[in-house]
Design a protein around this ligand. Structure first.
Ligand SMILES: [Zn+2]
Length: 318
């Protein structure tokens, strides 16, 4: 179909796969809108999913009719396909050649509000899995009807976590443990404030990763393990045996003023979170290097207040 000569429908495809875009559902908003009533929850959930579906269709429809000439490297020279000049890309938008993503965020807060428990609690876990399954079922339903490859995706939510958290506070005020932070928990992740060891976390999250086929990554927060490579290998082996995709979150910071190369700290200054060198007190961001997992890629660009609060709250899992 892409004139690459190496694609067979129905078989896994590595060359030229692409994504048409993502729209993310704010799961805590669904829960809070239901005021804790389960029947209402599933009704509102379906309404919101349909809204996401319509928004995804806007992205898809916007791409329909695009000529390969719009981006020759992508469509003509082989990055995504080898179409002819003047040819429309439309056929690549159907039949599984490319995907389109239903994203989701805040499964933890959603479950916590509806059940009063974290989704790691055996009593709340079935509901959490049901929510995940329902989003997968919707993707399958849309896909069957439209021949567009909808897939459920754990949105990285890099700065959007703050936007979603502020929207929740605006709509529902401060609800303890649900909307009282500047961030919400990424995708299916265990809440960053929850005490849990690395192995239990990875094992638990692997059950959810299976239900996030459009994209997922799990992390464990670790201290400096340069002198304990045996432990690093142990975790790596556990990841290999138990979960599709996971990583160790390490810290790699440097203070340009005093040469300190340990962990730069986040401290509160008059209600604002700022980065500070624990060695010399330097707070000038242009004179320090900080690298942190941003819940997608590792970033070094400093973050909005919500994501910074989330980074500050992270407990160590080892
Ligand atoms: Zn310093």
């Amino acid at each position: 179909m892409a004139n690459a000569g190496n694609w067979e429908p129905g078989k896994p495809k590595y060359y030229g796969r692409f994504n048409q875009g993502v729209v993310t559902i704010n799961l805590p908003d669904v829960a809070l809108s239901s005021e804790g009533n389960m029947d209402e929850f599933w009704k509102i959930f379906d309404d919101r999913l349909e809204l996401c579906h319509r928004a995804l269709r806007c992205r898809h429809d916007r791409l329909c009719g695009t000529l390969s000439d719009a981006a020759p490297i992508l469509w003509q020279y082989g990055a995504l396909a080898r179409l002819k000049k003047g040819e429309k890309i439309d056929k690549l938008l159907y039949g599984g050649y490319s995907t389109i993503s239903l994203g989701y965020a805040g499964l933890y807060e959603c479950v916590k509000y509806m059940t009063g428990k974290s989704h790691t609690d055996p009593e709340a876990k079935p509901f959490a899995l049901q929510v995940m399954q329902h989003m997968n079922d919707k993707c399958a339903e849309w896909k069957a009807a439209e021949n567009i490859d909808y897939s459920l995706y754990g949105t990285p939510l890099e700065s959007t976590t703050y936007k979603f958290a502020k929207a929740l506070q605006r709509r529902f005020g401060i609800v303890k443990g649900i909307t009282d932070h500047g961030y919400i928990t990424n995708s299916y992740h265990v809440n960053v404030r929850e005490d849990i060891d690395a192995f239990t976390k990875l094992k638990f999250e692997s059950e959810f990763q299976r239900l996030s086929p459009g994209g997922a990554i799990s992390y464990v927060e670790v201290p400096n393990m340069q002198d304990n490579l045996e432990a690093v290998i142990k975790v790596m082996q556990f990841i290999y045996d138990n979960i599709m995709y996971a990583e160790l979150n390490t810290k790699s910071d440097y203070c340009q003023v005093c040469g300190y190369d340990g962990e730069i700290q986040i401290v509160e200054d008059d209600g604002k979170l700022v980065w500070e060198c624990p060695c010399c007190g330097n707070r000038d961001q242009s004179k320090m290097n900080v690298a942190r997992r941003t819940c997608g890629y590792i970033g070094t660009q400093f973050w909005n207040q919500g994501r910074t609060e989330e980074i500050k709250d992270r407990v160590l899992h080892l």
